[in-house]
Design a protein around this ligand. Structure first.
Ligand code: PMP
Length: 405
């Protein structure tokens, strides 16, 4: 076994959908802290989660999240501390979406699901399997036979379909299908507010990639392993008044104790053993985001990366008039309005061409661009740690590939 830290290339072009690349300074700091945290002679994964050191990391991580959610001063930190609770549980996105209907079971009413891709569909199926009272308010798959996007109509009318909703569930970015809510999410949030219904969202693949208004949500949950860390835990940000309501009503006896939001929150996320390496990783990512100007700065970079890539793909799309016919090789299923900035998903005109592209990309150092096994095609994930240069070089490679056809 090695006695020293390995080297790591400055730029590694990795476009995987998750687990995903982390910023190099984060990985370097993390590897040091795994060996020896703050010169204590022991690593971050080896200490008790109840130790003073671990407790202060948990507190600091929570504080950094709230600071990020102030949106550079739009909200007062003190107010956010009063209105929202931040806690972490062992798990990922799946434990996150299973925990939602169970924690909310004791409240009166139904959960309404908006299905815009594979993960919201899975979340709905899981809620049903768990015996919760849930309905679909919108299912893009049924309407189009393939996921194309999110609901485009009037959200207040959509919510009128059911008169006893307690929450509306969405997956804000569909990782498999490359579908992300656009600005119309504000209309959904308003419709929920007007009806006194909580908006509950899975942000596993777009958390902190763009600014959000936390006051639009009752609960946000996100698995850590894409934009903000490594696999092993789920981040929850929950409205305090909702947690209080659940507490007053008592929890469903079927809720596994480790996924009881109030119990975990009341125990500083330490009712059971919180994995400290993933948690500390989260905090390193948040410290870096704050030092770099907050979420808005990161969002600006993310918009530039996605815009550049989509505009080249549009140039070579089957609908294009800009290039010769033999170069029109890109096909999109997703409606332009809902194109994801995190997962750019498209097809090439034949599966053979897709395989050839993925193979040549890999050979040239552009790793993990194959689509999800359930949908095929190509998927280029552009999470926060993917640099603009990586996208620019991928674009050059793509243009060379097309020019050789
Ligand atoms: N939700 C979304 C949006 C996801 O992308 C994923 C995983 N890719 C999940 C949930 C499930 O996450 P996990 O594998 O951590 O359970």
């Amino acid at each position: 076994m090695s006695e020293s830290l390995p080297e790591r290339a400055e730029v590694q072009y990795y476009f995987g959908a998750g687990p995903a690349q982390l910023p190099k300074p984060v990985i370097l700091q993390l590897s040091k802290d795994i060996v020896n945290y703050e010169n204590q002679g022991i690593g971050i994964g080896e200490i008790s989660h109840r130790s003073k050191t671990a407790q202060s990391i948990i507190d600091n991580t929570r504080e950094n999240i709230l600071k990020l959610l102030t949106n550079n001063g739009k909200y007062e930190l003190d107010q956010l501390r009063k209105d929202y609770e931040v806690f972490f549980l062992q798990g990922g996105g799946t434990t996150g979406f299973s925990s939602i209907p169970l924690n909310l079971n004791s409240l009166k009413g139904k959960g309404g699901y908006l299905i815009s891709g594979s993960w919201s569909l899975k979340s709905f199926q899981e809620a049903k399997r768990l015996g919760s009272d849930v309905v679909t308010l919108y299912n893009d798959k049924i309407e189009n036979n393939a996921f194309k996007g999110c609901y485009k109509g009037d959200y207040s009318k959509l919510l009128e379909q059911e008169d006893d909703l307690k929450y509306v569930y969405i997956c804000e970015n569909e990782t498999v299908n490359g579908i992300e809510y656009d600005a119309t999410i504000k209309d959904l949030a308003k419709a929920c507010r007007d009806k006194n219904v909580e908006l509950i969202a899975d942000l596993s693949s777009d958390v902190f990639s763009r600014e959000i208004d936390i006051y639009d949500y009752g609960v946000i949950m996100a698995g850590a392993q894409k934009n903000i860390g490594i696999a092993g835990l789920t981040l929850y940000i929950a409205k305090k008044s909702l947690l209080d309501q659940i507490k007053a009503n008592g929890v469903d006896s079927n809720l596994p104790i480790a996924f009881d939001w109030n119990l975990q929150n009341d125990n500083n996320s330490c009712y059971n053993t919180i994995p400290m390496v993933p948690l500390h990783t989260l905090n390193l990512v948040f410290q870096r985001l704050l030092a770099n100007g907050g979420i808005k700065e990161q969002e600006t970079i993310n918009i530039e990366k996605a815009d550049k890539l989509y505009s080249v793909l549009d140039k070579y799309s089957t609908e294009s008039t800009e290039v010769e016919e033999k170069q029109r090789i890109v096909k999109f299923t997703v409606d332009k309005q809902f194109r994801s900035k995190m997962n750019v998903v498209f097809n090439l005109i034949t599966p053979e061409l897709e395989n050839q592209f993925a193979k040549e990309a890999e050979a040239n150092g552009f790793l993990a661009v194959k689509g999800h096994r359930s949908v095929g095609g190509i998927r280029v994930s552009l999470y926060n740690a993917v640099k603009l240069e990586a996208v620019e070089d991928l674009i050059k490679f793509f243009e060379n590939f097309v020019n050789k056809l």
